[in-house]
Every structure is written in structure tokens, then in C-alpha cells.
Design a protein around this ligand. Sequence first.
Ligand SMILES: [Fe+2]
Ligand SMILES: [Fe+2]
Length: 162
Amino acid sequence: MTLDDLFLLTLKDIYFAERQILAALPKMAKAAQSDQLKQAFIAHREETEGQVERLQAVFEALGKRAQGTSCEGIKGIIEECEELLDGVKESSPVRDAGLIACGQAVEHYEIARYGALIAWSTAAGKGDVVALLQSNLDQEKKADTLLTRLSNSINSVAATAA
Ligand SMILES: [Fe+2]
Ligand SMILES: [Fe+2]
């Protein structure tokens, strides 16, 4: 297996993952109590649509068909989030604290994947591909930072909730 093969497999993995995230974000927005958190999930869903398009452009640049491959990692993260939130009362501020932790687990997964893809395409001298992937990575990092910022106030409220 070459580095190009490894790249393509990982690209298929994140392509699948982004589409799973596209489906999960509206549910997370619906579950959020805080308006700011709700808006953050809705806005990131819109960004994710653009990310899927950029990934399609990466496949195209490589002369490959855009195709996902089942990503057990993201499925596991999303499943665990659902399990975690299952036991939390709908009106509880603890729910938002849990949603932020889940959202950040997703962002960190994406950041790890894009980090590797960017390193590999940089090494291979594929500047056009690097630029597309870097745009996605920048958005994931921004989303992660926003969740950290929102967690400051949300966690303090959750800490005193019964
Ligand atoms: Fe994403
Ligand atoms: Fe993301």
C-alpha cells in the first residue's frame, strides 16, 4: 500500500463521516436548550455542506469518484453521544454540557483526520488538494473553539443544576 492509497482510504472515511455529521447536527441543534448552542450547531451544519462539496472537489482533483467508506469511528462517537444524552432530562442544563462534549468529540475526530490528510498531501506536493482540506480544517477548529467558549457559561449553570 502506498501513501496515496492511505490518503484515498482516509479521504473516503472522512467523506462518510462528514455525511453522518450532516445528519447528526440537526438532532443536536434540536436537543440543545441554549439558543447560542442551537445556533452554533445549525451554523456548523451549513458549513458541513460546504465541506462535503470540498471533499468532492478533492476526489475530482485526484481523478477519483467521490465515494465513502463506512467509518466506525464516527458512528461510535455519535452512538455514544446518543447513549450519554439518553439518561439526561430534556429540560436539564446538564444536557447542553453533554452536547458540547459530544460536539467536541466529533470536531476532534475531524481535526485528526484532516491533519493527517493535509500532512500527506503536502508531502506529495498536491497544493490544490491541501488548500481544500485546509479550509475544512479551519472550520473544524473554529467550531471547536466556539464550543469551548460556549461551555464556559453552560458548564457553570450545569454545575449547580439538580
Ligand atoms: Fe466537518
Ligand atoms: Fe465539524
